[in-house]
Ligand binder design. Structure first.
Ligand code: ZN
Length: 520
């Protein structure tokens, strides 16, 4: 059986779910649904990263314990994804006992084989980022994220011999062009590896930070963020059972934003090498959402909350915008204006009108009863089918490269063709001639086939809409799209699905037009 293992990063519980988290999670969910529809066993992991300085500080500021604080925010992530209809299979927390055990076992193994040593570390440390910066990484002597000069600190710590694995890492990336994608991130990583790779400091003294997993070989230290957080990708599978680790791990597809490229493209593979584990299949890296004129931030007051977007526009419309607007790997702009424009043009007009026109005519002319097809087809009939066959193939090609926006573009071009087909065949005129009634029935049959195709092809992107279409087409009562027999019947060839006496429902507005308030 084909398999895929899809992960989001573990979201750090110092902030509530926002647009960046939502995009990665929606992409993961879309991929999972897509591969499932192709018959894969697809497993999706998400969760929360809960240790570290920032959490300890935030908990203190909120007058609570780190544990209680992490519980609260982690819960909010989980509830958000549940309310957004995200089909994750497991939600991991780095405070879970099995994860902590795994991290300690992993550290002990690497330590025993001599890949961890005790040394002196001094460097520029940004408390906001919880990491040391090299001088080169600082911009005007300041942390690029926090615009603040880091503190120089020096202390005894444990180090992972990361440098030892530099050549092997370069080789792995060079010999596997799709290991890190899209290409420009791979190039960026390879370029950074032209410099000597330093060893990685993996601990913090417990005197300075208690909120972490203690090193199994020295209780005076806790492990530093990456040797904790990154290990979730395997600890979750180990927890599920040896078999999951063997079958799913080699099919791991990580999804991350570019800010955590280095830990995932450099630290993580060298850690895996040290542990004797295979590397992930793909590291898939996306860009930033730029809100209005800058990166989204709390202080600018431009934070986009997923549940608020869902309440105002509907989850499918929000998903559509995210997937359609951002070419995976590049930055994209988020604005409500652009969101509303897309909803009105693509969803309310193109898709919504097609659905309501077809169902309205079927209802009005035939009481909802699907009419038979004759054995002859016109050029328009054939073109319509060919266009959908092309769109399905194009969707597959683009999805392989995570080009969600192109996949949707292809589906919308089939949708446009269906709208054109109505104009070309003009059933609303033909119906006035009683001799043409059977042709009108055929035209509508072809259009209903278009809607059936759309409900199947759109399902990974717009799951609720797809279910609703199935209900309108009289195919399912409450959209049991996950039912494999239904999936199979949905794959019936064009013209072979609707049986004699099949009845579809009347028209319904799927996406109401959003009125843009006039500027004062
Ligand atoms: Zn910083």
């Amino acid at each position: 059986m084909d398999r895929i293992y899809i992960t989001t990063p573990l979201y750090y519980v110092n902030a509530e779910p926002h647009l960046g988290h939502t995009y990665t999670t929606v992409v993961a969910d879309t991929l999972k649904r897509y591969y499932q529809s192709l018959g894969f066993e697809a497993f999706m992991l998400t969760g929360t990263d809960e240790h570290g300085d920032k959490i300890a500080q935030a908990a203190h500021a909120a007058g609570t314990t780190p544990n209680a604080y992490a519980d609260q925010i982690s819960h909010r992530f989980r509830v958000t994804w549940d309310n957004c209809g995200i089909a994750y299979d497991h939600f991991i927390r780095t405070t879970d006992a099995y994860h902590k055990n795994y991290v300690q076992k992993f550290l002990q193994k690497i330590y025993d084989q001599g890949d961890i040593y005790f040394g002196e570390y001094g460097g520029f440390y940004c408390y906001g980022c919880e990491r040391f910066y090299t001088e080169k990484e600082l911009i005007d002597g300041k942390c690029p994220d926090h615009q603040k000069a880091p503190d120089f600190i020096s202390e005894k710590n444990y180090f992972f011999r990361m440098g030892k694995y530099q050549e092997r890492l370069i080789q792995a990336i060079q010999s596997n062009p799709a290991l890190i994608r899209p290409e420009h991130y791979r190039t960026e990583v390879l370029a950074s590896l032209r410099e000597p790779l330093e060893d990685l400091c993996i601990s913090r003294p417990a005197s300075r930070l208690q909120w972490g997993i203690p090193l199994p070989f020295d209780a005076n230290y806790v492990t530093y963020v990456w040797f904790d957080a990154l290990l979730n990708y395997v600890s979750a599978l180990e927890h599920r059972g040896r078999d999951s680790m063997l079958t799913l791990w080699p099919k791991a597809n990580h999804l991350i934003a570019k800010d955590i490229l280095k830990p995932h493209a450099v630290y993580w593979p060298t850690m895996l090498m040290a542990a004797g584990l295979p590397l992930y299949e793909h590291l898939n890296v996306h860009g930033y959402w730029v809100v209005d004129s800058g990166k989204m931030s709390k202080s600018l007051g431009n934070v986009i909350r997923p549940l608020e977007m869902k309440a105002r526009f509907g989850m499918d419309a929000f998903r559509y915008f995210l997937l359609r607007e951002m070419p995976f790997g590049q930055d994209a702009k988020f604005s409500e204006e652009a969101l509303v424009t897309r909803i009105n043009a693509d969803l309310a007009n193109n898709l919504g009108n097609l659905v309501s026109r077809v169902l309205a005519m079927e209802q009005k002319y035939f009481g909802g009863l699907v009419q038979p097809l004759s054995s002859t087809q016109t050029a328009e009939d054939r073109d319509l089918q060919a266009k959908f066959a092309w769109a399905e193939k194009a969707r597959e090609d683009y999805m392989r490269d995570l080009q969600f926006h192109r996949a949707l573009e292809a589906l919308w071009s089939a949708l446009d063709q269906a709208n054109r087909y109505i104009v070309q065949t003009a059933p609303f005129t033909l119906i006035k001639d009683p001799a043409k009634e059977s042709r009108v029935g055929e035209v509508l049959h072809h259009l209903l086939e278009s809607l059936r195709m759309l409900s199947r092809l759109l399902a990974p992107f717009l799951p609720d809409t797809s279910k609703e279409l199935l209900v309108l087409l009289g195919i399912s009562d409450e959209g049991a799209v996950r039912d494999s027999s239904l999936n199979r019947s949905l794959e019936a060839p064009w013209g072979r699905f609707f049986e004699h006496g099949h009845k579809v429902k009347g028209p319904k507005v799927l996406f109401p037009r959003i009125e843009i308030p006039a500027e004062a």
